[in-house]
Each structure stands twice: as C-alpha cells, then as structure tokens.
Ligand binder design. Structure first.
Ligand code: DX5
Ligand code: ZN
Length: 219
C-alpha cells in the first residue's frame, strides 16, 4: 500500500507570516511544501518568486514542491532551482520545448514535475513518462485557492495510474485543487499518492493543521 503524502499549498497561508506558516505545516506533519508560483500571465493571479522562496528555504528542510504557473517558463527554471526548489513542476503549454525544459530541470539536479490542466490530455506527455518524477493533475483551473474540485479529472487519474502500473513507471501522481475531506478518498482510490491542499488544511477545524493533515492522510 503506497504511503499517501500531503503537500500543503502555502497559497492559503498568511502571506505576512510565511516562514512561521511553513513551520506550522512541518510541525503538523506535512511531507513537503507546495509553493504555487503565479505570474499573472499564464494564470490570472500573481504570487511569489525566487527571492521569497530563497528566504523561506531557511525555515524548513522539507522538500519544496514548486508549481510554476508561469509562461514562458524555460528561462526561469534555473532561478527556482537556485532559490531552493526540490521538485520543479511546469505546464507543457508554458514551454516551446518540453523535452528541453525537462532535461534542464534534471541537469540542475532537481525532480521533474509536469502539470496537466483539467482540459489537457495525458497524451501530450506520454513520450516523457520515463523522464518525469511527478505528474500533477489539476482538479481546478489553476490560479486560485478555494475553488471546487472537478470530479471529471478522476477519470484522468485512473487512466494515468493504469499506464503507470502496466508499464512500470514510478512517477508520483499528485492532485491539486479543491481537495477536501469528502473527495480526498476518491482521488486516492483513483490512483493519486500525493495530495495538495490549501484551504482544507489551513481553514478546517479552526485551522488545526495537524488534525487536517492527519485526516487527509487517513483518507
Ligand atoms: C491553484 C493551485 C492549487 C491550489 C490548491 O492554481 O495550483 O495548489 O492553491 O488550493 P486549494 O486546496 O484551496 O484548492
Ligand atoms: Zn498548485
């Protein structure tokens, strides 16, 4: 039985206290920290960049699971690697050459993540399955926390899990967007082994992070 990992999204954190919020997540049992980077171009929102990630790096040893919702992405990958990202996840639509960007992340010694938006088919990345460490399935249209989970992506997760098992790939399947206590089990049963959550972890149970992470882990 594969262990379920939780990657809380700091998009829902108190941005005036990000360092302390990251420590709260670590104390609450987070396996990694999901850092949502948005450029106001690829997605209609703007968050943080390398300078902030660099300062946050000193607050925890947990892996930084950096989700780059930026375009063009290729020329900025090195900045995030140097700022302290451990997993660098990019969107295929944000680069002119996915193979080149994947190789670039690997050359920098980082784990490669590729994210599929709800309307993006698995097919566009099938030639890279053996090169990818993590496939991030978006269960919302990227840009904001607190959106509603899109159950139609469960079919895509199941399809991906079937490919992974049948062809012996070992990429992680991470689901991101609208994950809560009612749908987390569905995502896991479909084949996800990493759950991203912002709102549910920071807001449920009066913000009891440990309780919320434990509840998701027990899904
Ligand atoms: C959306 C982000 C997600 C989102 C998750 O573009 O990629 O990580 O913030 O937050 P919740 O769990 O609030 O949907
Ligand atoms: Zn994300």
């Amino acid at each position: 039985m594969k262990k379920i990992k939780i990657s809380p999204s700091i998009l829902s954190a108190d941005f005036s206290q990000l360092g302390n919020e990251i420590k709260r997540l670590e104390d609450g049992g987070a396996d990694m920290i999901h850092v949502d980077v948005m450029d106001g171009h690829f997605v209609p929102n703007l968050t943080i960049g390398p300078p902030v990630i660099k300062t946050l790096r000193n607050y925890t040893k947990l892996p930084f699971d950096v989700h780059l919702m930026i375009a063009p992405v290729h020329k900025y990958i090195k900045n995030y690697a140097e700022a302290g990202a451990d997993i660098i996840t990019i969107h295929p639509e944000a680069t002119d050459d996915l193979k080149e960007s994947i190789n670039h992340i690997k050359e920098l010694g980082k784990k490669v993540g590729v994210s599929l938006n709800p309307n993006t088919k698995i097919d566009i990345i099938k030639e890279f399955f053996s090169e990818i460490n993590l496939i991030l399935i978006m269960s919302v249209h990227p840009g904001f926390g607190g959106q509603k989970f899109m159950p139609e992506v469960l079919v895509k997760i199941k399809e991906l899990k079937k490919i992974k098992d049948q062809q012996n790939f070992n990429f992680d399947i991470e689901v991101d967007g609208g994950i809560n206590f009612d749908n987390s089990k569905l995502a896991i049963e479909a084949g996800a082994n990493i759950l991203v959550s912002g709102t549910t972890i920071f807001k449920n149970n009066n913000g009891n992070i440990k309780k919320n992470i434990d509840t998701l882990k027990a899904s």
